[in-house]
Design a protein around this ligand. Sequence first.
Ligand code: HAS
Ligand code: CU
Length: 553
Amino acid sequence: MASEGGARFAFEDKISRAALVFAFLMLAVGGLFGITQLLARTPYAPQFISAKTYYTILTGHGVFLAIVWTAFFIVAFSNYVITRELGVNLSRTLLGFGALLAIVGSLIAGLAILSGKAAVLYTFYAPLKAHPAFYLGAAILIIGTWLIGAAYFKAYLQWKKANPSKEIPLGTMGILATWIVWFEATPPLAFMVLKDLVPMALWGKSVDVLETRTYFWYFGHPLVYFWIIPAVTYWYHILPKLAGGRVFSRTMAKVAFILFILASTPVGVHHQFVDPGISNIAKFVHTVFTFIVATPSLLTAFNVLATLEIAGRMRGGKGFLGWLKTLPWREPAFSAGVLAFIIFGFGGISGVVNASYIVNYIVHNTVWVVGHFHLTVGTAATLTFMGASYLMIPALFGRSIYSQALARAQPFVWFIGMSIFSFSLHTAGLLGVPRRTYNVMYAGNAPDAWIPLLLAAALGGIVFASSGAVFVFNALASILAGPRINPHPKPNLAELVDDEEVGPAGALDRLSIWLLLALALIVFAYAIPFYEIYSTGLSLVPPVTPEGLRLTG
Ligand code: HAS
Ligand code: CU
């Protein structure tokens, strides 16, 4: 029986509280940048920022939200699930020192961005050069996350030694899958940052664009599963219990986690379909793996939908869709999770379109992709994390949510605003509206058809950004001034996390075997592009800075 474990996990909870507050602050700053850049590039809006500022805040938006907000929330969520479900403490050295490095690294890179000396976007494609502090901060952040991830595996191995014949509890399986993908994805990125980007920033080393891009996307796609697997874990493990049910199939859930481990990484070239220098064979292999890695999400679609229907019928729902009505939509931890899950359906569809080699030529580098990732990391992950926060704040801070009314409305406002924003951008992308562009009016020559879509996107953006602002206000107000609660009210996260159905260990619990198979698939999928890159020889180019590009405006 999981314990609330306040005293027992005091150190871990302290780290979780710090991680959660840091995550909320990053969400606030990154979100502010998002609405600023959106309005700056909306037709008829006053040009109130310069091009240089646009690219600086676009970099901040991507890094503070896609990297820092997500990572620090995932650390707090991982801490809680591992300690309460396994009943094992985390290594103070690994967790404490790792968290310190991660925060210091984020601050160093963040200050480089805010100083205007790292307008390289969150993908930091070379040879665009940022201040050395940006790369140094990134490297320190990654090393910090490795120590934190090691703490989870150490705790799991300790639990496994004491429970050799037990299966891995479901929540823990999701957290371990999350961090296995992180460990699969990050070493080559760290290698490339230290081998090329730090020397480029420090003494102007020339680099090969294709080589550094390939290393980045080796990391860049599995990064998305580092984001989505914790959300899927919440959908499998917490959501059903909020509705009074349980996950439809544990086995299917574990198969999904294994497929994420196997196929998250050998797919990165699907971000490089238009890159010359990588053969169609390599692109085809990565396309096949991309469709394989879509499978666990499709399994999730079925498993979670069946779970919701069972719970809805257990609550008295009748008829074809009557079970929907009886679900606990007034509970924000539930409504945020389910609305995120529904939107992920659409984000997944546009992801599969992205992965279609020929169609990718139409959507690549358009705002279609921006629409895609605001449905995926921007909502499937982020809105789920917001829903989980409504449970984690009472559990970790001993305070209830400051305004239940705001919490109840916030997920629905986000869902409506994001739907308007993202569908407008998907459509605008098909009409060729470019992404990462300071001004899309082209001195009045932009096609008329773009205008209404970009105005609708601005409207949607204002709506979901206001929902985000309400979330941050309510979260911080709860932490600072929420009514103290003792004992924890229902729903109580410690009870929800507990996995009462742990059975005997099976093949799906043999993580080391699945990890070896994953590494073999990665070697197979990446041997081709890297052989092509290194066998044809590198074409080195000197670094450039945004100033060196003489941005206008
Ligand atoms: Fe992606 C670009 C392909 C998933 C994030 N993606 C990006 C970028 C980001 C991102 C940030 O192939 C931009 C990077 C940049 O800056 O350039 N993506 C995919 C595919 C999937 C996918 C095939 N992406 C994600 C997830 C993300 C994410 C998850 C973050 C969390 N993506 C691409 C490609 C590009 C790309 C190319 C490059 C484009 C370019 O050219 O630049 C798959 O994993 C998706 C599988 C998911 C499904 C959906 C399953 C459905 C579910 C719910 C169903 C709901 C129902 C409704 C049934 C197949 C789970 C229920 C109804 C009720 C009423 C209850
Ligand atoms: Cu991808």
